[in-house]
Design a protein around this ligand. Structure first.
Ligand code: IPE
Ligand code: MG
Length: 218
């Protein structure tokens, strides 16, 4: 969800207005992805590195997150979408943790798409925690397999990433799903996140459909 700040700056508005518009885009994408029949959608809302931002921006993002998590519920209900928080609950303000867990509980039985929202997510932290769990579980060195590690990630049971979309013209992965995106197809667009809506998602999925995936084969 990159480019909120620049979207606001282009209009001479404070950054928070960009984040608000970014949440509208997220609502749109949620609906469009579910209508396209996508089974898992992950949005990268806040990384373990985003705490470095000015305190006021972080506070406002967290407040916005709480407000909008509530607003998401009717759409999650009408579309049968299940919510999942991806990231470290430790380190998040208690109210945010509560809301994330609450939305997971309220949507647990939903049969449709799974919407993973990455908040306080960092791929390296996730991998370190998975490695620690292997040790805690008493695994012998040869038992530490790709499957054993994958089962201990926050994405346990979720398929690998097929399509990774990066908005706002940035050309980096920013500690996002490093393990899970090993064979992901990348789609890079100049479009700023608040302008990334249903038509843009459909364009990305169409581009993905043209790719030939070989997974290291020929
Ligand atoms: C992404 O938009 C949203 C968050 C990381 C919370 P940015 O805030 O990174 O927007 P730019 O990159 O400054 O335009
Ligand atoms: Mg950014």
């Amino acid at each position: 969800m990159d480019g909120n700040g620049r979207w606001a700056a282009q209009r001479g508005w404070p950054r928070i207005k960009g984040h608000k518009a970014g949440v509208q885009a997220a609502q749109d994408i949620l609906e469009a992805a579910s209508d396209l029949g996508i089974e898992h959608l992950t949005l990268y809302a806040f990384s373990t590195e985003n705490w470095k931002r000015p305190g006021l921006e972080v506070t406002m993002i967290m407040a916005l997150l709480r407000m909008y998590l509530r607003m998401f519920l009717p759409k999650l209900r009408s579309k049968g979408i299940r919510f999942h928080h991806l990231g470290a609950a430790e380190g998040l303000p208690p109210g945010v943790r509560q809301d994330l867990a609450g939305l997971e509980a309220q949507t647990a039985g939903h049969p449709g798409m799974v919407f993973h929202l990455a908040v306080n997510y960092g791929s390296r932290l996730e991998l370190v925690q998975a490695a620690r769990r292997c040790v805690e579980d008493g695994l012998a060195p040869l038992e530490v397999t790709e499957e054993a590690l994958a089962r201990r990630l926050w994405t346990a049971g979720v398929p690998d990433v097929d399509l990774m979309i990066r908005t706002s013209g940035e050309l980096r992965i920013s500690n996002f799903l490093l393990w899970q995106a090993a064979y992901a197809e990348f789609y890079l667009t100049e479009c700023l996140w608040p302008d990334f809506r249903g038509p843009q998602l459909r364009e990305a999925v169409e581009a993905y459909a043209q790719r030939e995936r070989r997974f290291g084969g020929i």
